[in-house]
Design a protein around this ligand. Structure first.
Ligand SMILES: *Cc1c(COP(=O)(O)O)cnc(C)c1O
Length: 470
């Protein structure tokens, strides 16, 4: 435990040593064995460069670009680079945000506020759209129309049928996070254009890798601003642009489309506040680090990293296809490998993979989709991918030997029954008290069996249990 406010200040060396010690409990951010949360190009010297760039601009405040023109120049450079990569033209404008969620919230806000006369604005998304759209709808009081997918992709006919007079935005993914497949963007964009509705492409995940995959001939549809009817697109630089956390770009086809994204307020005694994004005060650090990362890697570098990523995906996907007991759940057409199991407990398998140093992301059953294991593949995985097949075989064998998780009968729970005391008991009973999260199969089995609202209540309670003043 650290005391964040000691009576007397602590020497810098000691503070840093303490922070390094804390970090040893974390999953490995480098080494090509963590398939979620982090994006690693395994480029020598890149971390050091990004850190140095971060330090140069850490104290700069994005609140007012006239006071800090360096930040304005860097943001315009990032937006320009994203626009050139994603089919933009001379009309394209954009904003730098703190991440994909913020980009999506702002895309929804701009669409909502473009229609002040629509009292109950609605957002149409396929069921595979990122949860951040639900968050945007919730925060902004926009109704979310979730349309079932067909073969894991947005179904243009069903999406069209969901569009009504109150629809302010249609959105789809390129690709979806859960399965890594690209929605039929040209067809959806045509529907949106015909109905005069904005259409946002969520390329938060793949926006910096798909263009390179398409350049070397991957069979992927056009998905960016080059497609008529696409009015905005988002890309996270802290994903496949390999920048440190805290940077995404939201592009709009025209300045007119962007204008309702701004919040402006002059009606108080302080400074007139004009914010393009949700935060007002914000650090220049992540933005400078992103600029340094992009300039250091360069277009040719990203091309090479995309190639390595593709090779890694093929090797992992082949390993899955060749292993009895698991199968590819979605076509491995981008940078995701998504697998399901056959006669093996999927959650036990995830634990067994983790025990062998492969940290994957279990995904719960949803509607008629079974639980799956998600692997976000980055360029760093190219050098470890060949070791995956034997460990997968061993993990499947071990999971078979252990058999499926058998839970003791649990009392029937509803979200209303979840109290902090119940959560504390449950966590204790499941062995989660000590902060060891390596054996998650039982927990995941319980969560998987819970309807979404109960799953939300359980995990909210658990996170709240963890988040205590120290
Ligand atoms: C990661 C992701 C988001 C949300 O981005 P954050 O940076 O985590 O806020 C949105 N959409 C997709 C497709 C993503 O992969």
């Amino acid at each position: 435990m650290i005391n964040a406010l000691p009576e007397q200040g602590v020497p810098a060396d000691q503070v840093l040593a303490e922070l390094r010690e804390l970090r040893t409990a974390d999953l490995p951010t480098h080494g090509g064995r963590l398939f979620a949360y982090v994006y690693d190009p395994a480029v020598d010297g890149l971390d050091e460069l990004a850190r140095a760039a971060y330090a140069i601009s850490a104290q700069v405040n994005g609140l007012d670009p006239t006071a800090f023109p360096s930040l304005l120049a860097m943001e315009n450079a990032l937006v320009g680079a994203a626009a050139r990569l994603l089919g933009g033209d001379a009309e394209t404008v954009g904003s730098v945000t703190s991440g994909g969620t913020e980009s999506l919230i702002l895309a929804v806000k701009a669409a909502r506020d473009a229609h002040p006369t629509i009292a109950n604005p609605r957002l149409v998304v396929p069921s595979t759209a990122h949860a951040a759209f639900a968050k945007a709808a919730h925060y902004l009081r926009v109704e979310l129309d979730v349309v079932p997918v067909k073969g894991l992709r947005a179904d243009p006919e069903a999406m069209a049928a969901a569009v009504g007079p109150d629809t302010v935005l249609i959105a789809a993914s390129a690709p979806s996070y859960a399965h890594g497949v690209v929605d039929p963007i040209p067809q959806l964009a045509a529907i949106a254009a015909e109905r005069g509705v904005r259409f946002h492409v969520d390329a938060c995940f793949g926006g910096w890798v798909l263009p390179y995959l398409r350049r070397f001939g991957a069979d992927l549809p056009a998905f960016d601003l080059s497609v008529p009817g696409v009015t905005s697109i988002s890309v996270d630089l802290h994903k496949y642009a390999y920048a440190p956390k805290g940077v995404s770009v939201l592009l709009h086809r025209t300045e007119t489309l962007r204008l309702p994204q701004y919040f402006a307020y002059a009606d108080w005694p302080g400074y007139t506040m004009i914010n393009p994004v949700i935060s007002s005060t914000r650090s220049g650090g992540p933005i400078a680090a992103a600029v340094a990362t992009l300039r250091s890697i360069g277009d040719a570098g990203y091309q090479e990293l995309a190639l390595k990523t593709r090779e890694a995906v093929r090797i992992l996907a082949d390993a899955v296809s060749a292993t009895d007991g698991v199968r590819l759940y979605a076509p491995a057409e981008t940078s995701v490998v998504c697998l399901s199991s056959d006669g093996v407990d999927l959650f036990v398998l995830a634990d067994e993979l983790a025990a062998r140093g492969w940290h994957t992301q279990p995904q719960m059953a949803y509607a008629d989709l079974p639980p799956t294991i998600h692997l976000t593949v980055t360029a760093a995985v190219r050098s470890t991918a060949a070791d995956f097949a034997p460990d997968l075989t061993a993990a499947v064998a071990a999971a078979k030997a252990r058999g499926p998780i058998e839970l003791p009968p649990l009392p029937p729970l509803t979200p209303e029954m979840i109290t902090p005391a119940l959560i504390a008991d449950l966590a204790e009973g499941l062995g989660l008290g000590g902060g060891d999260f390596s054996q998650m199969a039982a927990v995941n089995t319980i969560l998987n069996a819970a309807p979404p609202a109960l799953r939300e209540a359980l995990l909210t309670g658990f996170l709240s249990l963890l988040q205590r003043p120290a």
